[in-house]
Design a binder for this molecule. Structure first.
Ligand SMILES: *[C@@H]1O[C@H](CO)[C@@H](O)[C@H](O)[C@H]1NC(C)=O
Ligand SMILES: *[C@@H]1O[C@H](CO)[C@@H](O)[C@H](O)[C@H]1NC(C)=O
Ligand SMILES: *[C@@H]1O[C@H](CO)[C@@H](O)[C@H](O)[C@H]1NC(C)=O
Ligand SMILES: *[C@@H]1O[C@H](CO)[C@@H](O)[C@H](O)[C@H]1NC(C)=O
Ligand SMILES: *[C@@H]1O[C@H](CO)[C@@H](O)[C@H](O)[C@H]1NC(C)=O
Length: 698
């Protein structure tokens, strides 16, 4: 997907810049010439301070209490806003000043400003109440900005800056709160919220086109947040005071609006040559924070840190208000606005913005350099790029068509999919190489060895008993292969350099699914010993821990360990349960088990990391992205998520040259009855790359 790709690209750039020692001074080089901000209070860095009539102002403490100098700059939060954080990550500047600030320096002008105004919206009627600067007036401010910019850098350079600037647009929430839900002034005209949404989106489209006409090319447009979960919305519904549940209907509206916006933006982009216009998803990351507060260190997501947390915003959050003691534990700072902690998490998720940067030449040059010296892969068929081809006894082999049908030359390389695997895609994103060869391939060149290989084996698992059935190379044996790899590597580059390569190599581990399928669910050979799946999980995780420590002892430092996929939704698991043939519903109990296992793994890995000095060990979440694909197939271009593309979609190992093949492989989430298609691996690599890239910084 565009979004995942973009996330990849930006993180790429950033980590690249951070990690390459050669380019020490690249860190300080901005990734875009300027940043330009339009919208409402989520991105107003202080314009309302200079706008006499505005009803919403954050020019008083405790706003800004966590900014340097504790200044109430006009930002509606305790610290930097999302757009400041992005500007900083792009190495443009630390804070984006408001355009209305009277004493702006030339340097501030040249690197961009914010035109946003708290209380603003796309619907001009929204401003009757707030007296903010309407979004529709912001292009006029932008025009006078451009005049000033031309005066500073000249006409030609000014247009280059505008063309290359990262433009962020964030508005819409006020239109719905102030014109529809809480003050239903627009309801008479638009009894159905869907019609009012279309009205707002028309205005948004007009606005984006105006920015384009003024020279903007690289734009990110934010969707709506979960409006029904904003503390003020909960408070405003009288009966919710105590339970403080979110207003589901308002959230549903926001989701619908966001879906429409996600369709609209590519259409606008297509109509504006040379433009790149991206959707910024704030809804899902914020819902995730609300659903899993602990992941983010939050103790409170239902009221703001300032005041009683129920109604306070603007004047009602003031120096007399009670303030929570730890601001980072609150998702909201006042009753509407996210805290600095939330903006920081959001910026981490939505950094795809930098895709916008990708077209700039400076960045392009940088991306061809490898981001790590080598990649080393361990695990099962989700990672095996062909080792089983060289194992006479292995029961699972994909050395025949239609496997590999979408690889260059349509070669059935031993990969269990139609094309590249997830690990190949990551290797390519890291600019290491296009395909990660299997270590057992006899004719590996020195270059292939030096840049990393794959030790995974289809049918493998952490439990050695899993291999009784599959005759794969157990995960537990893969470190032995790594040892002989290291010996060969030392022969090529010398002992010291070899250890440097191993230390900095990106190590990816994916196994576990076979243990549960082949030893517990479908062939319950381990069930007698471990009647409770939780106990068997602990046994598997012990195997995993031992394995990770062995890799560490051999020199690996940067490791990513995959969790379980939604095992109960693998086509083969659905097929194997009588009665599911027609409904093809997922096996809930197996999914629940996978979730539990993943939770344990997420606790275990930091503990292992803490016990291994100098290591960085990350959890790779495949469960949630895969569930998202199943729940929202259309978002990924999938038409079928329940059966594989190859064969009848029923049983595995029965996918061969005689099998019927689906006509469009990209419309299938699975290629055979167990293994994801290339399309799925591509989406996964996009969504997980953000995490993986943390290894580069380590
Ligand atoms: C960055 O590196 C270039 C080339 O090595 C050098 O000429 C320049 O002075 C450096 N800039 C800074 C700010 O260090
Ligand atoms: C410009 O004005 C702001 C706000 O009034 C002030 O904080 C800042 O120090 C001033 N900067 C300069 C360069 O005069
Ligand atoms: C405040 O909360 C954050 C997030 O939960 C936590 O990381 C931090 O340690 C807390 N700070 C103090 C001083 O308790
Ligand atoms: C190495 O062997 C593989 C598989 O047997 C073959 O496809 C490839 O062309 C060979 N490469 C070289 C460099 O000989
Ligand atoms: C195949 O499906 C993908 C994903 O839905 C779609 O983007 C592509 O256009 C389709 N290709 C053909 C040839 O229909």
């Amino acid at each position: 997907m565009a979004t995942s790709k973009t996330i990849a690209v930006i993180l790429f750039l950033i980590t690249l810049v951070k990690s390459s020692n050669a380019a020490e001074n690249a860190t300080t080089q901005p990734l875009a010439p300027a940043i330009l901000i339009f919208g409402d209070s989520t991105v107003d860095t202080g314009n309302n301070n200079y706008h006499a009539n505005a009803n919403f102002k954050a020019n008083h403490i405790p706003y800004g209490v966590d900014l340097p100098g504790k200044v109430a700059s006009g930002r509606f939060s305790n610290g930097k806003l999302y757009c400041d954080i992005v500007a900083s990550k792009l190495h443009i500047k630390e804070l984006v000043p408001p355009f209305l600030q009277p004493n702006l320096s030339d340097a501030e002008i040249a690197t961009g400003v914010s035109f946003a105004s708290a209380g603003s919206g796309f619907d001009d009627q929204t401003m009757l109440l707030t007296k903010a600067i309407p979004v529709s007036h912001q292009p006029t401010m932008f025009k006078s900005y451009i005049e000033r910019l031309k005066g500073i850098v000249g006409e030609k350079k000014a247009m280059e800056i505008i063309n290359g600037a990262i433009v962020m647009v964030s508005a819409g929430t006020n239109d719905f709160i102030l014109n529809y839900y809480d003050f239903p002034t627009r309801r008479l005209e638009y009894p159905q919220v869907s019609d009012y949404q279309d009205f707002v989106l028309k205005r948004l489209e007009k606005f984006v086109k105006e920015l384009y006409n003024l020279g903007c090319r690289k734009m990110s447009v934010g969707g709506l947040s979960p409006i029904g979960c904003l503390p003020i919305q909960i408070t405003s519904k009288l009966t919710r005071g105590i339970s403080r549940r979110c207003i589901n209907s308002e959230n549903k509206d926001a989701v619908l609006y966001n879906e429409k916006l996600q369709k609209l933006l590519p259409a606008i982009e297509a109509s504006l040559p040379g433009s790149k216009i991206l959707y910024a998803n704030v809804y899902d990351p914020m819902m995730d924070m609300i659903k899993h507060p602990a992941k983010y260190g939050f103790k409170e997501t239902r009221k703001g840190c300032c005041g009683t947390g129920f109604l306070e915003t603007s004047d009602m959050c003031n120096s007399g208000s009670k303030l929570c003691s730890n601001h980072s534990e609150y998702m909201f700072f006042d009753s509407i606005h996210p805290s600095l902690a939330t903006y920081t998490h959001l910026a981490a998720v939505i950094l795809f913005l930098t895709t916008l940067v990708a077209s700039s030449n400076a960045a392009k040059k940088a991306t061809t350099r490898p981001l790590a010296p080598a990649i080393l892969i361990f695990g099962d068929s989700s990672f095996d790029t062909g080792n089983n081809n060289y194992l006479p006894d292995a029961n699972f082999k994909s050395n025949h068509i239609p496997y590999g049908v979408d690889l260059p030359g349509k070669a059935a390389s031993g990969r269990f999919s139609n094309g590249k695997l997830y690990c190949d895609i990551i290797a390519s994103k890291l600019h290491i190489k296009e395909l990660v060869p299997p270590f057992l391939q006899p004719n590996l060149s020195d270059t292939e060895i030096v840049t990393g290989v794959n030790f995974a084996s289809a049918g493998s698992g952490f439990d050695d008993q899993t291999m009784l059935l599959t005759k794969a190379i157990p995960v537990a044996y893969q470190p032995t292969m790594l040892k002989s790899y290291i010996t060969r590597l030392k022969g090529i580059v010398g002992e010291k350099k070899a250890m440097e390569i191993i230390n900095s190599a990106i190590v990816m581990i994916s196994a576990g699914t076979n243990d549960f399928i082949l030893n517990y669910y479908d062939f319950p050979s381990r069930r007698q010993e471990y009647p409770k799946v939780s106990d068997y999980q602990n046994f598997v995780l012990k195997g995993l821990e031992k394995f990770v420590k062995e890799l560490y002892n051999l020199g690996c430092r940067k490791m990513s360990v995959g969790g379980l996929p939604p095992v109960g939704c693998l086509p083969i698991q659905v097929t194997s349960k009588p009665g599911r043939g027609i409904s093809r519903r997922c096996i809930k109990s197996e999914n629940k088990d996978a979730v539990l296992y993943n939770r344990k793994l997420q606790k275990l890995l930091p503990a292992i990391e803490a016990s291994l000095p100098g290591s960085k060990i990350l959890y790779a979440n495949v469960y949630d992205p895969m569930m998202d694909m199943m729940k929202h197939p259309a978002r990924y271009g999938f038409k079928e998520t329940k059966i594989g593309c190859c064969g009848t979609g029923g049983l595995s190992d029965m996918c061969n040259s005689g099998s019927k093949l689906c006509s469009n492989h990209s419309e299938y989430m699975f290629f055979d009855s167990i293994h994801p298609s290339l399309a799925t691996y591509t989406h996964l690599a996009g969504s997980s790359y953000a995490t993986l890239s943390k290894l580069l910084d380590a």
